[in-house]
Design a protein around this ligand. Structure first.
Ligand code: S3P
Length: 435
């Protein structure tokens, strides 16, 4: 368990200059996993050196995969093939990472051996039935603690493909089913109520797997080998999001965020901020490792509250803490609906954001699946991030607009997704110190 850390943040200067944020978390997790079960060696560049993605790498080392780390942000994964993972008597610790735990549950359900997946306090409270149920209907056997971790994934089961309609839009559930599908007899089909990030489908295809996919649908045949390939990880849009919002809000800002991953299933926040009046220009659009990337130039602009279109919600599911801050600083009210999934993230993000914003003087009406945030003046005060990395970073941004100091409690988990956030924030012009 990490030592508790706090931040003291306050109004800094305008955000200016150029920033390159760390590599994408979703892509980094998958690059390790798919490299591990591929034939041959996979080089990963731009790997996120975060606690979550390092936990995934550590787990595959426990499962007998050699992974070299020749320099920061680089991994060479020596794949052992679809059936080459080795059992370990020890528990596999996913730390804070829901992506690691859910995807690994699918992958491990297809092995010859038993595995135990554990996580930290937050991860041990998150719902796992959503993966256990479809995997069980494929023939897997998974024991849980009343639907939560620790998970005992039993091996040696004969899995069969299913045609599964996801009850919630979740890339993690989709990916768990597809990974089990690689080990299953016959075809596995996943249908989504709304398209979610498609990194698993894109990357399996880059690893030579025949997988048919289109927004909302993915289909693969079991038993296919993965062929190693190199992966170049783009900068994480969700990490860039905090700086996009900060530069939009702080007068005098003009910030360039370089080489940001622009997968359309991730960039919902851009559409919503533009609807609110933000000035964000995409420059140098290109491709990196099969993913669209662009430089984002963000200039300060006054924002107005809106009703967030429900259709954008899955495409910005990790960006609501940042959006709540933008809404708090906008004129008028912003209404969020159709976002009940926020209640089962690293914290209950509707409740933690509402409580924190209220502590800083903002009126927030909570609903079961969203909130109405009434834009107003932010004051100094004390907020709790409840160990949720994105809540901590969102309040660091909020503090840049507050008329007093903001103490942000329990921020150590920022290192799960964005190590070095505080340093970069200071380089950009924000005021943020250890508390
Ligand atoms: C992720 C999917 C999303 C997202 C998470 C990463 C992934 O979770 O919130 O940060 O890499 O597949 P859900 O599938 O639970 O929506």
């Amino acid at each position: 368990m990490s030592v508790r850390q706090d931040w003291i943040a306050a109004r800094g200067g305008p955000l200016r200059g150029e920033l390159l944020v760390p590599g994408d978390k979703s892509v980094s997790h998958r690059a390790i996993m798919f490299g591990a079960i591929a034939e041959g060696s996979t080089r990963i560049d731009g790997f996120l050196e975060g606690e979550d993605t390092r936990a995934t790498a550590a787990i595959f080392r426990q499962l007998g995969v050699r992974i070299e780390a020749p320099s920061d942000g680089v991994r060479i994964v020596h794949g052992v093939g679809l059936h080459g993972l080795q059992p370990t008597g020890e528990a596999l610790d996913c730390g804070n990472a829901g992506t690691a735990m859910r995807l690994l549950t699918g992958l491990l359900a297809g092995q010859r051996f038993d595995s135990t997946l554990v996580g930290d306090e937050s991860l041990s409270k998150r719902p796992m039935r959503r993966v256990i149920e479809p995997l069980s209907s494929m023939g897997a056997r998974i024991d849980s603690n009343d639907g939560a971790a620790p998970l005992q994934v039993h091996g040696g089961r004969a899995l069969h493909g299913i045609d599964y309609a996801l009850p919630v839009a979740s890339a993690q559930i989709k990916s768990a089913v597809l990974l089990a599908g690689l080990y299953a007899q016959g075809e596995t089909v996943v249908r989504e109520p709304h398209p979610t990030r498609d990194y698993t489908e894109r990357m399996l295809s880059a690893f030579g797997v025949e997988i048919a996919f289109s927004p909302g649908l993915a289909r693969l045949r079991g038993g296919q080998a993965l062929r190693a390939t190199d992966v170049s990880v783009p900068a994480d849009f969700s990490s860039a999001a905090f700086f996009i919002v900060a530069a939009s809000l702080v007068p005098g800002s003009e910030l360039l965020l370089r080489r940001v991953g622009m997968n359309p299933r991730r960039t919902g926040l851009l559409h919503v901020l533009r609807l609110m009046g933000a000035e964000i220009v995409e420059e140098n659009a290109g491709e990196q490792g099969g993913e669209p990337v662009a430089d984002l130039r963000v200039r300060h602009a006054p924002l107005s509250g809106i009703e967030v279109p429900v259709a954008h919600v899955p495409d910005m599911i990790d960006e609501f803490p940042a959006l709540f801050v933008a809404a708090a600083c906008a004129s008028g009210a912003t209404v969020v609906r159709g976002a009940a999934e926020l209640r089962v993230k690293e914290s209950d993000r509707i409740a933690t954001m509402a409580t924190g914003l209220r502590a800083l003087g903002i009126v927030v009406d909570e609903t079961p699946d969203g909130a109405t945030i009434h834009g107003g003046a932010l004051h100094g005060g004390a907020v709790e991030s409840h160990g949720d990395h994105r809540i901590a970073m969102a309040f660091a941004v909020a503090a840049q607009l507050a008329d007093g100091e903001v103490r942000i409690g329990d921020v150590a988990n920022v290192a799960t997704s964005f190590p070095g956030f505080d340093g970069l924030a200071r380089v950009a012009g924000m005021q943020l110190d250890a508390g």
